[in-house]
Design a binder for this molecule. Sequence first.
Ligand SMILES: Cc1cc2nc3c(=O)[nH]c(=O)nc-3n(C[C@H](O)[C@H](O)[C@H](O)COP(=O)(O)OP(=O)(O)OC[C@H]3O[C@@H](n4cnc5c(N)ncnc54)[C@H](O)[C@@H]3O)c2cc1C
Length: 458
Amino acid sequence: MTQLGARAVVLGGSMGGVLAARVLAESYAEVVVVERDRVLGVSTPRRGAPHTVHAHGLHARGHLILEELFPDLTEELRAAGVPTGDLGEMRWFFNGRRIQPAHTGLVSVTAPRPVLENHVRNRVAAITNVTLIEECDVLGLVATADHEQIVGVRVRRRTDPAEAEVIDADLVVDATGRGSRTPAWLDELGFQRPEEERVKVGLAYTTRHYRIRPEMFDGVQSINPVASPAHPRGAFFGQVAPDVCILSLTGLLGDYPPTDPDAFLEFVRSLPVADVYEAVRDAEALDEAVSFRFPASVRRRYDRLLRFPGRLLVVGDAFCSFNPVYGQGMSVAAIQAMTLRSHLRLGRPPEPHRFFADLSRVVDTPWDISAGGDLDFPGVEGRRNLKVRIGNAYMARLQYAATKDPEVTNGFMRVAGLMDPPQALMRPSMVRRVLRHAIRRPGPGPSWRDTTPAPAVE
Ligand SMILES: Cc1cc2nc3c(=O)[nH]c(=O)nc-3n(C[C@H](O)[C@H](O)[C@H](O)COP(=O)(O)OP(=O)(O)OC[C@H]3O[C@@H](n4cnc5c(N)ncnc54)[C@H](O)[C@@H]3O)c2cc1C
């Protein structure tokens, strides 16, 4: 492949960063990844990525891309004890009702996020022209005198905090996540900051791990009562290792799941279905609960900037960070890496405006799914245009129809897994299946506490 430059520098060594490094290594003589944490061989949550303690599902599309970039990764993960299964065969609840299980052929990998990241990072670190500099803070960009081109980054190693140094670069890729400082750096260089689209969700995840008991999952890989407007409390409860499972509770609009053990269990009991409570009420907890707040989904419109310095790109959560309950971020980062690869394969250094235009197209659908879905919750602020209103009204019917018809589950999982575009759900054969079961928007499924005497919290 054409060599496009001597050195590309990637800022941030989490999923977005290492996936970008993987494809850049095909086109640059050297790729340097700068990461503030110690990460090599680390398969536990770390300071720079506190969200990684919480449940992370990998969508089918992300899984396929990872397998393409890292052949036999799935087998490697399985051998390391990571459970895998069929996405449609998990126990999913929408609006308080269980949807029909369906064999989709889409692989679900439920690795703890730091474990998945560690396997992927090890593969990237093993590429001969990739260097990972750990415990090193990125301080800023270095530009030409006219500020038109980025030519390096200023960094400070934590091992040598007195000295800042410059790493020269032919291309800089910012993958430092939601807290990315590129908007501020653009400002300093005399460029405009990107506009930000925000959907405030006031979300929090609170997570604990438990020792698995055989009866907990009854043959399924995970049990997921997903939040809906009528039942806004949700949970992801899944096996992550042969004897360990994770329970992440989700609460919206300031209804944060508590960390206190009794209050945590009370929140579990308030879920619309009994399954998770029955499984954990007397289970052995392996850690204290930890919480992470996610105030808003943020899409930075780099694609709309008229002026932007050359030799600088932005990817991953730094470009767009989605409400995590839709489980899209890692898969979108993987799709973005493939977009970067296609730009590199043009045989010239990526041009930021064209790259951002393509990245924006990548982000459009997952953003519509996440931001549009959030607007179904009456308390979430934002404009509900016709597309959003029709989309949410149809999705409520479709999820109800999936409680009756596994073919609907299959179609739904393919779209949620970013395999098919949402338009696939509007095909006449699918619309017929949906309307057969739900001509009107269905009301909420009853909560189990309305029909069962509440067991005492122990
Ligand atoms: C609670 C929660 C649950 C989620 N669940 C899912 C899920 O189920 N499925 C899914 O696909 N996605 C999920 N996501 C999203 C997913 O975590 C991200 O999309 C994914 O991590 C990609 O992020 P990134 O690599 O772009 O950024 P990050 O993961 O935020 O990584 C940024 C990296 O940059 C480093 N860094 C930052 N600043 C500097 C600096 N100045 N110098 C050096 N290094 C720096 C950090 O240490 C970190 O390693 C979830 C997110 C949250 C918050």
